[in-house]
Write a protein that binds this ligand. Structure first.
Ligand code: HEM
Length: 218
């Protein structure tokens, strides 16, 4: 690919300032979740389970913003939505950091209770972690150039869609459960946010298609 083509690629942003404070904020919130969970539940298995749940919820909130950032900037252009879109890469990396903290918490919990997760969870969740690691490792200009924008975009679209599915599987499962571990409203909000973000992406995609076909006709 020529230098010009790379510069024209929408995923290529040379010389972006890395907002390190985002990663510091993720570590700060994770530390606050751990401290709050231990204060509420104690430094025991219950405390670890609480940390596991809340680190997943925190990571999900970042994920949903990354998932919807492009659509938000397109449908509701403003300084804020443009900022979110411009910093999507670093928000995505912040999500990866937050979700690997969830992995650390859930591993500690399983060690504490002396059990293993179900095989289906290890396979389904494990594949999501492989995708998250791949997306994080390829979130740089060098990878965009090496893979080419088409392959890079396909990888990121597949990975992000799979992670969305795993989140929705967790939340819809809890919503449908007769004995959800916490008030159902929490899972209704998180599942609702996931579907809202998906709806925004579909709306933005349809609008782009419409304007492309109008341009072709005109
Ligand atoms: C091997 C991989 C994984 C294992 C073993 C695992 C295990 C767990 C465990 C034990 C909990 C706490 C369950 C409870 O509250 O009783 C949990 C919570 C959760 N996990 Fe994971 N997880 C894995 C990967 C993932 C992935 C990849 C995602 C999302 C992409 C995810 C999303 C969630 C969510 C959303 C919750 C919290 C639900 C809530 O709000 O209460 N997990 N996980």
């Amino acid at each position: 690919m020529s230098g010009q083509a790379i510069r024209n690629d929408p995923t290529f942003r040379p010389g972006r300032q890395i907002p390190w404070w985002l990663f510091a904020a993720v570590l700060g919130v994770a530390a606050a979740i751990a401290a709050g969970s231990i204060a509420l539940q104690g430094a025991n298995e219950e405390g670890l389970l609480h940390i596991t749940r809340y680190t997943a919820r925190f990571a999900f909130l970042i994920f949903v913003v990354v998932f919807a950032a492009g659509a938000l900037a397109q449908l509701f252009p403003s300084d804020t939505t443009r900022w979110l879109k411009r910093h999507r890469r670093y928000l995505g990396l912040s999500f990866a950091l937050a979700h690997f903290i969830h992995l650390g918490a859930l591993t500690s919990w399983f060690v504490a209770i002396g059990e293993m997760p179900e095989t289906v969870t290890i396979i389904g969740g494990g594949l999501a972690y492989i995708f998250i690691a791949l997306l994080a490792l390829t979130s740089n200009d060098w990878s965009v150039r090496k893979l080419g924008p088409k392959v890079w975009r396909r990888l990121h679209l597949t990975g992000v869609a799979y992670v969305w599915l795993i989140f929705m599987n967790s939340y819809l499962g809890r919503l449908a459960s007769e004995t959800p571990p916490e008030p159902r409203v929490i899972f209704a909000i998180t599942a609702g946010l996931g579907f809202l973000a998906l709806g925004l992406r579909i709306t933005a995609w349809a609008a782009r298609r419409r304007s492309r076909s109008r341009a072709l006709v005109g």
